[in-house]
Structures are given as structure tokens and as C-alpha cells.
Design a protein around this ligand. Sequence first.
Ligand SMILES: *[C@@H]1O[C@H](CO)[C@@H](O)[C@H](O)[C@H]1NC(C)=O
Ligand SMILES: *[C@@H]1O[C@H](CO)[C@@H](O)[C@H](O)[C@H]1NC(C)=O
Ligand SMILES: *[C@@H]1O[C@H](CO)[C@@H](O)[C@H](O)[C@H]1NC(C)=O
Ligand SMILES: *[C@@H]1O[C@H](CO)[C@@H](O)[C@H](O)[C@H]1NC(C)=O
Ligand SMILES: *[C@@H]1O[C@H](CO)[C@@H](O)[C@H](O)[C@H]1NC(C)=O
Ligand SMILES: CC(=O)N[C@H]1CO[C@H](CO)[C@@H](O)[C@@H]1O
Length: 433
Amino acid sequence: MLKMIKHHPNFQHTKTSFFGFLFLLPTSLFALSIILLLAFNGFSVYYIYLPGYLKSSPEPIKLLPENLSGEKTVTKLVSSVMYAVKEENPSAVSKTQLVQKPNISMVPRPKQGRSTRQILRTLGGSGTKAKGVFASKVKAFFQNSKCKSRFFMTWISSIEALSDRELLAIESVFKSHPKACLVIVSNSLDSKQGNGLLKPFLDLGFKLISVHPDFDYIFKNTYAETWFDRLKKGNVDPGEVSLGQNLSNLLRLALLYKYGGIYIDTDVLVLKSFDRLRNVISAQSIDPGTKNWSRLNNAVLIFDENHPLLFKFIQEFALTFDGNRWGHNGPYLVSRVVARVSGRPGFNFKVLPPSAFYPVDWTRIRSLFQGPKNHSHSNWLNAKLKQIRRQSYAIHLWNRQSKKVEVEEGSIIDHIISDRCVFCNTSKPSFKV
Ligand SMILES: *[C@@H]1O[C@H](CO)[C@@H](O)[C@H](O)[C@H]1NC(C)=O
Ligand SMILES: *[C@@H]1O[C@H](CO)[C@@H](O)[C@H](O)[C@H]1NC(C)=O
Ligand SMILES: *[C@@H]1O[C@H](CO)[C@@H](O)[C@H](O)[C@H]1NC(C)=O
Ligand SMILES: *[C@@H]1O[C@H](CO)[C@@H](O)[C@H](O)[C@H]1NC(C)=O
Ligand SMILES: *[C@@H]1O[C@H](CO)[C@@H](O)[C@H](O)[C@H]1NC(C)=O
Ligand SMILES: CC(=O)N[C@H]1CO[C@H](CO)[C@@H](O)[C@@H]1O
């Protein structure tokens, strides 16, 4: 079990007799003797092999690239190790074993990198096909279109997942901004089938394009570029959940930073012109006690290009990305950053009240889909509708909560759809997917 490979000549004799003495000791003292022996010989003398035990490298955790993000370093190490091991050998290794014996070489850079690249390929970015196309297509679009304003949407999902609701969101943009240009950055809509869906808008003279993202180009010269490079190399744990949605959180920031304009989610219905709004983000909730905002949301963002707040958002994304926590890279991110910079000079922006884009909280959005139930409910409904029409620039439908909810006849959403539709006969939708 114990092998000595190298002896220091000067101590040869002493050691031999000392070693012989070991055989007279009970086993409990054996270990102590080894320690003494080692101390006696200094550092370079013995190599001890303990087969089957000390296999793992004692490298410190801080060599990992995820370290950049600071707070969550250890958790991330464990989870990225977990993924790796799951792929290779699902049952053999438990979490605790891994925590006790971190082995740097088990962090699967090549393997994870490959699968991330596969995901990225399906997302349409960074392939050779996309190189240069995005840049020139968007440039030509803006040059030729005499845009009164620039809208951006992202659709990083399949074309089948696109429902009436998203098309209605597009209609609502043009209803309020007939001279606007809309760029839909999408891995699926920039296709024959996608163009078919968008053609009715072009036929009416509206200006819109769908275009494959070229992440390398869009993120270039920002913190997003660094983060994206690490992602491509497999050095970012993409998390357990769809990379698409998380990329969308970054994409909106980078698009506005590059081009300036208005970003809106595909589950936002525009109610009136945004022309008077500049450099704004809106609260989604207010602290009833202090009347200060308690959370902001990133479903609607209106910013000039190169805006310093966007810079901060992107930086925060790159430094604190956590693909496993809902909202961390989205609404919570903008809230964190705005709280940090508020009161500091040089950041020229306004926080709008929830009534601007989020007149109804996600917990209550379903009530807007209900038709009038009785006299008092009907009164409430009419008053609410009036209030939304008067105060709100847009309404976020909180797809997560309302996606499957049917629009009842006479409901607030039903009225809003009639107001904001462009193709009103065909898209009186059930909103069911
Ligand atoms: C870490 O684990 C891998 C795979 O199990 C193994 O091949 C490698 O030798 C280990 N590295 C060290 C330094 O023990
Ligand atoms: C790496 O993590 C350690 C421990 O959390 C921290 O002290 C160190 O500053 C981090 N290094 C970087 C570059 O973030
Ligand atoms: C509300 O926010 C402002 C600006 O961030 C801050 O100065 C003020 O102290 C806050 N008020 C309360 C009651 O928290
Ligand atoms: C009217 O309908 C609403 C919503 O369904 C319900 O909460 C309320 O109790 C009803 N009121 C009366 C008087 O029936
Ligand atoms: C909408 O439908 C009505 C009746 O079904 C029809 O008369 C009208 O022409 C349609 N309008 C459009 C724009 O298709
Ligand atoms: C951190 C974060 O926001 N992760 C999100 C990534 O996207 C999925 C949805 O596809 C969300 O559930 C995660 O919360």
C-alpha cells in the first residue's frame, strides 16, 4: 500500500531503522508515524500513492471561469459539474461526492461547449449563414424606410409557437404608429413561412422585417460580447432552462444600445402613441407604504442608442448571469441596476408608474379576460376599461399567466382587441394556442 520512491541519501540509515520500528507499532500509531516520517524528510522526498483515494486534483475552485460573477461561484461549480456527470454517467456520482472532491477536469468544457453551440445554431445566431446578413439587412431597412420610430421585437422560438396574440401585438404597434419601422429579430420568422405570416402587414404598407439574429454582431464591443464568448466556449452554465428566453433578455438590451428605439415584448398590446416617451422604463409595482417603485419590468424599454443605463444593464447581465433563477436576468436585473444608479448624475432616464405599461399586475391579469357577470361587475369593468384607455400607453398581458385564458365576449381585453386591431375580422382571436 505504501511505496517510497525516492530517498534522501543523508538520512538513509536513520530512516531504515525508523521504518523497521514501525512494524512494532499498533496500526493507530502507524499513521502518525507516516506524518512524522514526512515531516522529517521535508517536502521533496517522498511521493506517496494511496490508490483509489487521492485521485482528485486539489486545485482550488477559483480557477473556474464562472468565478467572474462572484456571489454564486460555488453553487455554479456544483451545478455545472452535475450536468457534466449526468451526461456521462447518470447514476454513479452524487452531489455530495462532487462537493467533497472537486476535480477540475470533470468540468466538461468541450462537451458542454458543443451542446451550447448546437443550441446556438438552432437559435440562428453566429452561424456562417448569418454573418453580415443581419447587419446589412437592418441597415438597408432603416435607410430605405424613413422610419418615424424604431420598434424591436424578438421571437426566439418556433414558428408554430407563434399565436394570434403575437400577431395582434404587431397590429397594435402599427395601429398606434403607422409610420414606424418594426424589426423582429427571430430564429424562425426570417423564413418563407414567416414571411407568409407577415405579408399582410407589408401589403398594407407597414414597414417591418424579420431577421435572423447575428449575436456576434449585435453584441460586439459590449460586455455582452465577453459573456457570449464564454457561453460559446461552454464556460457559462446556460442553466436548466431555455437559453432562448434568457438570450432575449440580453438581445433587447444590446439592440437598443446599438440602434436606439423601442423594445416591446410580443405579449404587449400598444394602446397609444409612444412618441412623447424617451429614455423610459416602467415600474410594474409600487410599494404601498413608500409609494416608491418596488419592481421594474423590461417588457417595454424606450432608450436612445448608447444610453449609459443600457450599458449598465448589459454589464450587469454579463457579470451576474444565472440561467437557473427565474427573472434574475430580466425584470430583477433592471430593478437592481436602476436602484443602484438612481440619484447618480449622467443617467438621463425616467421611471414611469405601472399604469404606463403594466396597468394590471400579473396576479390579476385573468380578470381582464372575463366578460361582465352582473350589474356591478359590468360597472367595474367599464370603469377599469376607461381608466386603462386614459392612462396607459400599453398593456402587458403577462403571457405566462394568461396564455391559455380565453377572451370572453365583452371583457376588457375583448374591447382592447377591437380598438387596436388592424385585421379586425381575422384576428378576433380566441387567443388559444
Ligand atoms: C479527474 O477526473 C477525470 C475523469 O474522471 C480523470 O480522468 C482525471 O484523471 C481526474 N483528474 C485528476 C487530476 O485526478
Ligand atoms: C473568485 O472567487 C473568490 C471567492 O469567491 C473571490 O474572492 C475572487 O475575488 C473571485 N475572483 C474573481 C476574478 O471574481
Ligand atoms: C423613494 O426613492 C427615492 C429615490 O430613490 C429615495 O430618495 C427615497 O428615500 C425613497 N423614499 C422612501 C420612503 O423609501
Ligand atoms: C358579480 O360578479 C362578480 C364577478 O364574477 C362577483 O365577484 C360578484 O360577487 C357578483 N356580484 C353579485 C351581486 O352577484
Ligand atoms: C369584415 O367582415 C365583414 C362581415 O363579415 C365584412 O363585411 C367586411 O368586409 C370585413 N372587413 C374586412 C376588412 O375584411
Ligand atoms: C435566469 C433566468 O431568467 N432564466 C430564465 C431562462 O429562461 C427560462 C424560460 O425559458 C426561464 O424559466 C428562466 O427563468
